[in-house]
Design a protein around this ligand. Sequence first.
Ligand code: ADP
Ligand code: ZN
Ligand code: ZN
Length: 799
Amino acid sequence: MQIAQVIVDIPTRQTNNPYSYLIPDYLTDQVVPGMRVAVSFGNRKITGFVVAITDKAAFDGKLKPIDSLIDLAPVINKELLQLATWMADKTYSFKISCLQTMLPGGMRTKNQKRLIATEDSVVAAYPKIFHGQHEVDYNRQSLDNQSVTKVLELERQGKIRVEYNLTKHARPIMMKAYQAMLKPDQISGELAGVRKNANGQIRLLDILRQHPGETFLQSKLTAAGVTTSALKTGEQKGWVKATLKRHVRNPFLRPVAHTTPLHLNADQQKAVDQINIDVSDRKNDVFLLEGVTGSGKTEVYLQSIAHALETGRTALMLVPEITLTPQIVGRIRSRFGDQVAMLHSALSNGERYDEWQRINSGQAKVVVGVRSAVFAPLDNIGLIIIDEEHDSSYKQADNPRYQTRDVAKWRAAYNHCPVVLGSATPSLESRARAMKGVYRFLTLPERINHHALPHVSIVDMKTEMAQHQSILSNQLANAISDRLEKHEQIILLLNRRGYSSFLMCRDCGYVPKCPNCDISLTVHKDTHTLDCHYCGHKEPIPSVCPQCHSKRIRFYGVGSQQLEEQVRNQFPTARVLRMDVDTTRRKGSHEAIIDKFGAHKADILLGTQMIAKGLDFPEVTLVGVLNADSALQFPDFRSSERTFQLLTQVSGRSGRADKVGGVIIQTFNPDHYAIQLAKTQDYERFYATEMRVRHDGKYPPYYFTVKLTGNSPSENQTASEMFGILTFLKDNLSKQAIILGPTPKAITRINNQYYYQIIIKYRKEPNLKKTLDQILVDSQKKQRHGLQIAIDNEPLDFM
Ligand code: ADP
Ligand code: ZN
Ligand code: ZN
């Protein structure tokens, strides 16, 4: 008797332990850990992940059997199964959420159920197509009519292709049949069956005769009047042969020219040597590769990846959200060709699934991707790289709230390989570890070919705004004119999307707010709406004040849409591109903007922080930052670090080739140390200054932190329950733990839920894990009156 231990898709603390299900006889030896199954739970039909096969149940009563298999092969390998257990514990989340997070979007169970329900007969007939194989012989005769219709439907959806080819030996007999059909009285013997459905068959033969040697899609044939029963006859008679192919979508839209490794400079060589020794010796060090922008970090990554491949292992390279990918992926593909798979949010579910299959089946040896790619099912990893390791997109904001760096370190330990964390502005946590010798420190102190760092100047907007009302200071406007005259390119960063940040009545001061959230609505002029960026609420822009009926309502706070409008007005001959969430929604639009700017078909690229990262345009000689204070305004201890990183990053976009670049930073806080030190790109001094601030304020990296957030539909209840939790924490933690709160969150109400938080800062707190687990168990048991609790271990912000 075999028993499957299943993590069921019911998110509770209790279901972090597997439930036992009987494996029915007909599935003996077919169920493997890592497969998904359908099971009954109470009176519900749900899905789950098999995590182990045993011969004893954890439970004495009568076991229910597994209803069916969802996968024919494991979708979570042994390593990832272990990782899920570690991660659930580390992030205070449910194991089922961790397992689901590891699969590409389109494969998560809820979608999968739908796939099975509509496509089950096709899947049953051609399981291999849905599990790795790309091509099988298609046999129309073996399918019932309903399945044939489904095949057609799947083909129309672009999931599969059914290709018909004229078989060689059939040509003469086909010609005979064709002629016979035209003269019905001559039909005899073997050709007799042709009579039925004659029209469809004549169409088929017509098409095949006129286009010998061509391949026809089934859907094309049916559209041209060939019935599916005519196709069936064609198959029976051996005129045609069909192949069912899973359509492999190619997310790499264009071919890339091959490049060879560059001759490294001394610092690069030293870094590559150290990393490669670790790869060869299967050592598990973490390297911090600190190199100013343009110092050639990417080439170090490429040559280390090449070494991992030479030793017969695979490599994983993570980059921040989509922004970086088009250019970086191009560089990686130009070196490693089709061995590269890519996983990021701009792929369709289908593309992501295909890429995932290429990795899972061992075809792809190098994976480049964003945060979730840290779960790529690569085997035998020889190197993990995290580029721009300080980037906030590496921390998942929702359950499971994991930090990609931690997951990468876990996988590196499992695979006996090194991790390389790369950045021009490392997170304070990573730099402090490198200083203590926990990480190994590698530096690239100079730009390639000794290119000078750009010249940065700061404009005090307090005096500027007093003089005139434009968002562009005189200095920036003059610099733009100068670059336009020289036919050089310009990047303008304004970290605020939409047209205006809010609308206000000049007479009564009324500001439209979201009905569901404590936040004012953002003006979007292109859609003529006021949008809530938190819950998605939209309403039309009013023409009179809803409160006092005045017509004097005005827009305040310039967003990227308005900046575009102003720049076009002020520089009517300049060619302007805008890149923000709103202009990059459509697939491929992001690449299109980058391509166009890269080909110098535009003079000015303006946008939100999307344009700050990683882009490499040699003709850009001016970067303008319009509101350097946007991050400083947040009441958060990391706001200086974020500001310094953003300014350094975006400045690094200027003057990457032979011309010296300039940067103009507009700010209302010209004396702030984050801004002053970004001017000189002095990471060393920033690190020293900021570490002192962190030390005095008892912040990371001196202290560990946990954030507890509670929410409910009533503010009173949220507050009182959170005070109850505070008492519980005080009773269970040591006197050294610093407990802050509960306080309402900066935006207290989102989607009609009220949020309060408690922050815990500590250095050593042996009881912490047990205490927090108990809080979660209590809230699950509804002992906290409907209060929902979220625990964020090492949160990125305290807001
Ligand atoms: P980073 O990632 O540190 O910002 P990049 O890797 O983008 O820097 O390198 C900056 C530029 O220098 C790129 O155009 C790259 O092709 C070039 N480069 C890097 N290493 C070398 C080298 N050893 N010799 C010549 N050019 C190089
Ligand atoms: Zn008014
Ligand atoms: Zn809202």
